[in-house]
Design a protein around this ligand. Structure first.
Ligand SMILES: Cc1ncc(COP(=O)(O)O)c(C=O)c1O
Length: 477
């Protein structure tokens, strides 16, 4: 069974081709949406939202008295209040109003195995009942998972952490210790968690971000960023220019191989290989942040899928089966900085037996076959959505990578952050809210993508397609 989604682009000859292991399909023709109609539908949908979610409203009032915004991570919030979830199983959520929601957000992609996956539940229960939860000593439970991940992801050495933020922070520190340089290069619009150096130009205000081809580093006031250069994604010339001028002070280029916090932004064919070559030419390390891609990109992650090997990789979300697990690792000589203490790495909960039990179970259930099945369901949904887009001549297109997909409200490819900022956020918000009011939760924030987990069925994805067709009908009515 193949794990490579076909390159189905119908891009005009003027657009660079996207990487052949990724999905983009742009309709041959489209008609603009009526903005007044979209605005009217959106206003009506917000009224419906409030009518259908009274218990979530009450819960938000209560939660806001203890938690800022009433949430445990600001990403969970939206105005006027987010839906509160009481429980989850498989591909389904139950909210505090008792509604069943098809979960296509799946914990921002962390729930690749599905909620309460029986194998994860069994192994974690076994750990809880017979192994223990925390030793803070070496343990075969952690070594076994390290060996499995080493093999699966092709890493010489790795260390476990508890979050993507920790992993990206430690990867940057490792690169600094190895190269004796402090600077980093990151992609404009790229999100890598809360570490200061990586909080630069995450979603900068365009008014402050400088010219499109020469973005300036936008540093939030509360952040002590250090030396950070920012480049547009898919712009190898700009990266080479920065490396030519500053390589002697740059430790690493840090990037997601496929941007997954601004919808799904695909690498142009050859771009990642050119980044690799530029880094090699200048003795700069390449760090792929695979916190979001990881197993959702395929059995061995995005690096393997896209055929470009970084020096260090960060993993989180999908590898933990819903428990807090992350990792960083890569080349033996680079990770030697951890071994010899040039980059000290600590953490009380790192590799604890509870999370290791979940990770071993994830490794067991995320087989080539299981992931390929989920990916073919995703591909079927992308094709069906393409049909809807074509039928209603919507100014939108589909993008996908592995088991993830998104509808992007633009008639041209989104190749970087500035393109993303030019997409139609109003219609994207309507599409998200339309689904939510009809029992389909795609990720909040409009910047994420759906995930077809091991628990989703073709019928689940058909529900998404039908719902989208109903939305198209309403927009064109
Ligand atoms: C690409 C990427 N890197 C790092 C992080 C940070 O991970 P965490 O939320 O586990 O700290 C995220 C979180 O969404 C992410 O998407």
């Amino acid at each position: 069974m193949t794990t490579d989604a076909p390159n189905t682009t119908q891009d005009s000859a003027t657009w660079p081709a996207h990487d052949p292991a990724t999905w983009r399909s742009i309709p041959a023709s489209s008609t603009p949406v009526d903005r007044d109609r979209v605005a009217a539908l959106l206003a009506a949908e917000w009224e419906t939202f409030v009518e259908r979610t009274p218990a979530s409203a009450v819960h938000n009032v209560r939660a806001s008295k203890s938690l800022p915004l009433g949430v445990t991570s600001s990403f969970q919030h939206w105005d006027p209040y987010p839906i509160s979830i009481a429980s989850a199983r498989g591909a389904w959520l139950t909210d505090v109003d008792g509604r069943q929601l098809l979960d296509l957000s799946m914990g921002f992609g962390a729930m690749l195995v599905g909620h309460l996956n029986p194998v994860i539940v069994e192994k974690v229960t076994e750990a809880l009942q017979t192994t223990g939860t925390l030793f803070v000593t070496p343990s075969p439970t952690a070594t076994e998972v390290a060996e499995r991940f080493q093999e699966r992801f092709g890493l010489d050495r790795l260390r476990f952490t508890n979050s993507g933020t920790e992993s990206t922070m430690y990867a940057v520190r490792t690169a600094r210790a190895f190269t004796h340089r402090h600077g980093i290069v990151k992609i404009e619009g790229g999100y890598h968690g809360g570490y200061d150096a990586l909080s630069v130009s995450v979603k900068p205000d365009i008014a402050e971000a400088g010219p499109e081809g020469f973005p300036s580093a936008v540093v939030p006031f509360e952040v002590e960023a250090g030396l950070v250069h920012v480049v547009p994604y898919n712009d190898i010339d700009r990266l080479e220019h920065i490396l030519d001028a500053h390589a002697d002070e740059i430790a690493a280029v840090v990037m997601e191989p496929v941007l997954e916090n601004v919808g799904i932004v695909l690498p142009d064919a050859g771009y990642l290989a050119a980044v690799r070559a530029a880094c090699d030419h200048h003795g700069v390390l390449l760090i792929f942040d695979e916190v979001k891609t990881g197993l959702t990109a395929g059995y061995a992650g995005a690096s393997h899928r896209l055929g470009v090997t970084p020096d260090l990789v960060t993993l989180a979300k999908s590898i933990g089966g819903g428990l807090p697990l992350a990792a960083f690792g890569g080349r033996e000589d680079v990770m030697q900085a951890v071994t010899d203490g040039r980059m000290p790495h600590f953490g009380t909960y790192n590799g604890n037996p509870l999370v290791m039990a979940a990770a071993a179970a994830v490794d067991e259930v995320c087989t080539e076959e299981a992931l390929a099945t989920a990916e073919s369901i995703n591909e079927g949904a992308l094709r069906a959505l393409d049909d809807v887009i074509a039928r209603y001549e919507l100014p939108a297109h589909t993008v996908g990578f592995g088991v993830k997909g998104a509808v992007t409200w633009s008639t041209t490819p989104v190749r970087n952050y500035r393109d993303y900022k030019r997409t139609d956020f109003g219609t994207a918000e309507l599409s998200w809210l339309w689904g939510l009011n009809r029992g389909i939760l795609t990720p909040p924030g409009l910047d994420e993508q759906w995930l077809v987990s091991l628990a989703h069925t073709p019928a689940d994805m058909a529900a998404l397609v039908t719902d989208f067709a109903d939305l198209a009908e309403a927009i064109r009515a």
